[in-house]
Design a binder for this molecule. Structure first.
Ligand code: ZN
Length: 365
């Protein structure tokens, strides 16, 4: 193994044993981390490994076999791109002291300050399944808490914006609810027809054609063609249960996790997280991040719902409905009149009503 010798030259204090073999004392890296390595130190090591495929050549990586009686902490998962190593296929696995590391963990020893590569299989064997699993669980939890913290750092400052933009939509939601009521209570059969058509305003036209010359039966034959007269937008408006304003209120309530607003300095978000961690566990921080994420998703989905529903009460749709109703083969016998305020509908000569025309005030929000 040629790399053994170069490592020996670079890092080790060595002795030559009686039989002429080089004996190693892999003192490199021991004691280098009296404190747990920082994320940026670990990132630098990972960058080096991803570039070279050689964790054992990084000066911070310790090669000595560990005293497994000491406390060990997994600090990072490590995946070595072995193809970058050329002919010497595997990296150094400290826990067993052989060249068999490909993927595993960087493990920090609290006792001697060394940072080592531990392969999965060797670790499970030498540390015992239970201890290795507990170390991995602790690591996974810590990483998730770190992610939660990073997520909260940025998202806490946006909650207020989300809540405010929901508030501006509440008036629009109420207008839509009124319009919905008009359509579904005053003109139920039209509403149901539109709902059933799911936005496709189609009519079936009957075209009569003469039998081509040379065919026996005389007269005319019918040919039915389905024609799409218009395509409605804003189909969320046609949902039977339509209560966007209560959805908005609930979504806004869910966002009231903190009182932090977007003008508050970032340091306040930091303080909030720190204070949270004083009273709660890492697991609860992870849960808190999950709740914030869910609240933001819900706010976004409510906004999207209203933006979609609002498109129903627009000139585009009224013109399409009108074109459809005026078609001689239309399935509904209604009369429509588009005014500056909205759509006047007369259905079966019984009910006259107006759906308000909404300006598209929600665009770009
Ligand atoms: Zn090993």
């Amino acid at each position: 193994m040629p790399q053994l010798y170069s490592m020996f030259m670079k890092y080790s204090t060595s002795v030559v044993s009686d039989d002429g073999e080089i004996a190693f004392e892999f003192s490199k890296g021991v004691g280098r981390f009296p404190d747990r390595p920082t994320d940026s130190e670990l990132q630098a090591i990972n960058d080096f490994v991803q570039k070279t495929g050689r964790p054992e050549e990084h000066p911070d990586v310790c090669l000595a076999r560990p005293d497994l009686g000491m406390e060990h902490v997994i600090v990072r998962s490590l995946d070595v791109p072995l193809e970058k190593r050329g002919t010497d296929h595997m990296a150094w696995c400290s826990v067993c002291g052989t060249w068999k590391f490909g993927e595993g963990r960087l493990v920090w020893c609290v006792g001697d300050g060394g940072l080592r590569t531990f392969g999965h299989d060797c670790s499970a064997r030498l540390l015992g399944d239970d201890r290795w699993r507990a170390m991995n669980d602790e690591y996974t939890q810590r990483e998730a808490a770190k992610d939660a913290e990073n997520y909260l750092m940025t998202s806490l400052l946006t909650l207020d914006d989300h809540a405010k933009s929901l508030e501006t939509l509440e008036l629009l939601a109420r207008q839509l609810e009124d319009a919905h009521k008009v359509l579904f209570t005053a003109l139920p059969s039209l509403a149901n027809t539109l709902q059933r058509l799911d936005g496709k305003l189609e009519v079936t036209e009957e075209r009569k054609a003469n039998t081509p010359a040379g065919f026996r039966s005389g007269g005319q034959s019918s040919n039915f063609t389905t024609v799409l007269v218009g395509q409605l937008v804003g189909r969320k408006f046609l949902q039977k249960t339509f209560k966007p304003s209560s959805k908005i209120r609930q979504a806004a309530l869910d966002l009231r996790i903190t009182k932090i607003n977007n003008e508050t300095a970032r340091v306040v978000a930091e303080d909030w997280i720190l204070e949270f961690l004083i009273r709660h566990s890492e697991a609860e921080l992870i849960e808190q991040a999950r709740r914030v994420r869910a609240a933001i998703r819900k706010a976004e989905s409510v906004k999207a719902f209203i933006h979609d529903a609002a498109k129903f009460c627009t000139a585009h749709n009224y013109e399409a409905i009108q074109r459809w109703a005026l078609h001689p083969d239309s399935p509904v016998s209604s009369s429509f009149r588009l005014t500056s305020k909205g759509l006047s509908v007369r259905e079966y000569g019984e009910v006259g009503s107006v759906l308000p025309y909404l300006q598209q005030t929600t665009e770009g929000q």
